[in-house]
Ligand binder design. Structure first.
Ligand code: IFM
Length: 461
């Protein structure tokens, strides 16, 4: 144990009460962002390997080829997660590592890697929460049209079912997709992410195929008796009109429909949102919506910031006193409460919610063995308070995963943006706990001690 960081805000009594009992504390990563070893042990190429090689796609042309070298350092990394005192770890399975062509033969060495990882987590008392797709589509499937090709949804279901059979007896949860909005819009409309397309109609079709693949996977995994809770992870934001003008309010409604409702409505209502501001709708075949509506055991919500909507005639919103992160994202913790309470009001009974990602990039520096990231501590603290308020308002939130366990490959931003609780020196691969890691560990320990005391008192009447 090192010294408690200088900046160590304590959670409010409300948060201590609501987040102490039966609440899961975790950290999250994804395969392409940490594993490296992209051409080792039979892994096939992914669309991110291809994309990062194309000139101008990523900062400094950086790729996940080495990343945090987690594929080789996994045992030490699991021990490090144990030292953080969390009770859960969210990671993703690299589809091209376990099924290099995205269809056909599976790769025994890739499967063994995730077996070992899951077993080691369990040995350390850490619940493994896996995600099947965190953006690293096998390139062989992209060569056949990728997510624009309906067949990919069926290949995904086969892969999902194989993983559920292989790991489901030991997983604490299995999510189909991470942030399908990013795959559809950033990957196929804006072209900022792999595969780098710029076609809004294709993006709409891709979003439907992603949702269809989720539904097909759910149905396949249920049919084969999956033994862990199944769900999906969506990135969501609160949306604020810059002014009360009709134009800004309509714009905010459209943004909310494109970002949040586009995924929530099909899954929980069986239809896409109709909004006059949405120009592109996908082709939907008979039976698709019934599949997409498959009942889920949990909903993962990733929250980072809010979306401001300002039409041309509106003044720019005043800068937020809490500032912004190193990604340029506004820090607005109350947006988390607003979002979650809004979901409860709009969709009624939802499955239990886990905050599967929340965190900030910060311009961290390692000086004399220490990273003083007070801004990150404040960010997490404020979001946990907002979460407690959502819980007090009746939202069924069961856990919180900080993004990310350690600094890693931030997609098109390369290695410049540091989200980790743990600092990574990419030259030496040395990991160092930042102040925020110490704060997170101490906060969790305090809450668990509270819960233990309460349980002891209850037992003694
Ligand atoms: O790093 C990403 C992650 O892969 C998905 N959610 C957002 C994070 C920060 O940008």
């Amino acid at each position: 144990m090192t010294d408690r960081p200088l900046n160590s805000p304590r959670l409010s009594d409300l948060a201590r009460r609501l987040l102490a009992d039966d609440f899961r504390w975790g950290v999250a990563t994804s395969a392409y962002q940490i594993e490296g070893a992209v051409d080792v042990d039979g892994r096939g190429p992914s669309i991110w390997d291809t994309f990062a090689r194309q000139p101008g796609r990523t900062v400094n042309g950086e790729s996940g080829a080495v990343a945090c070298d987690h594929y080789r350092r996994w045992a030490d990394d699991v021990a490090m997660i144990g030292e953080l005192g969390v009770d859960a770890y969210r990671f993703s399975i690299a589809w091209p590592r376990v099924q290099p062509q995205g269809q056909g033969a599976f790769n025994a060495k890739g499967l063994d890697f995730y077996d070992r990882l899951v077993d080691a987590l369990l040995e350390h008392g850490i619940a493994p929460h896996a995600t099947l797709y965190h953006w690293d589509l096998p390139q062989a499937l992209q060569d056949l049209g990728g997510w624009g090709n309906r067949d990919t949804a069926f290949h995904f279901a086969t892969y999902a079912d194989a993983m559920a059979r292989r790991l489901g007896d030991r997983l604490a949860s299995l999510a189909t997709h991470n942030e399908p909005w990013c795959t559809a819009v950033l990957g196929h409309e804006i072209g900022k992410f792999a595969p780098g397309d710029r076609d809004p109609q294709l993006a709409a079709q891709v979003s439907h195929h992603l949702l269809l693949s989720h539904g097909l996977a759910m149905s396949a995994m249920r049919a084969s008796g999956a033994r862990c809770p199944l769900g999906i992870v969506l990135n969501q934001s609160s949306v604020t009109p810059a002014t009360d003008s009709a134009a800004d309010r309509a714009g905010a409604a459209t943004e909310y429909a494109r970002f949040v409702r586009w995924y929530m409505d099909p899954i929980f209502r069986g239809e896409y949102p109709q909004d006059p501001g949405i120009a592109h709708y996908p082709e939907v075949r008979a039976g698709d919506m019934a599949l997409i509506q498959a009942p889920m055991d949990f909903l993962g919500v990733n929250f980072y910031s809010r979306i401001w909507v300002s039409r041309e005639d509106s003044p720019r919103p005043a800068p937020n006193a809490l500032g912004q992160t190193d990604m340029g994202w506004e820090i607005h913790p109350d947006g988390l409460r607003e979002l979650l309470v809004g979901l409860k009001d709009q969709y009624g009974a939802l499955p239990p919610i886990f905050i599967t990602e929340n965190g900030m990039a910060n311009a961290d520096t390692l000086q004399e063995g220490r990273v003083r990231d007070a801004a990150r501590i404040d960010y997490v603290h404020a979001h946990l308070e907002a979460l407690a308020q959502a819980k007090a308002a009746g939202v069924d939130v069961r856990g919180y995963f900080y993004w990310s366990l350690m600094d890693n490959y931030e997609w098109d931003s390369g290695y410049a943006k540091r989200f980790g609780l743990v600092h990574v020196d990419y030259e030496t691969q040395q990991r160092v706990f930042k102040d925020s890691a110490h704060w997170y560990r101490d906060t969790i320990a305090d809450l668990k001690a509270d819960a233990g005391r309460a349980a002891g008192e209850a037992a003694h009447g």
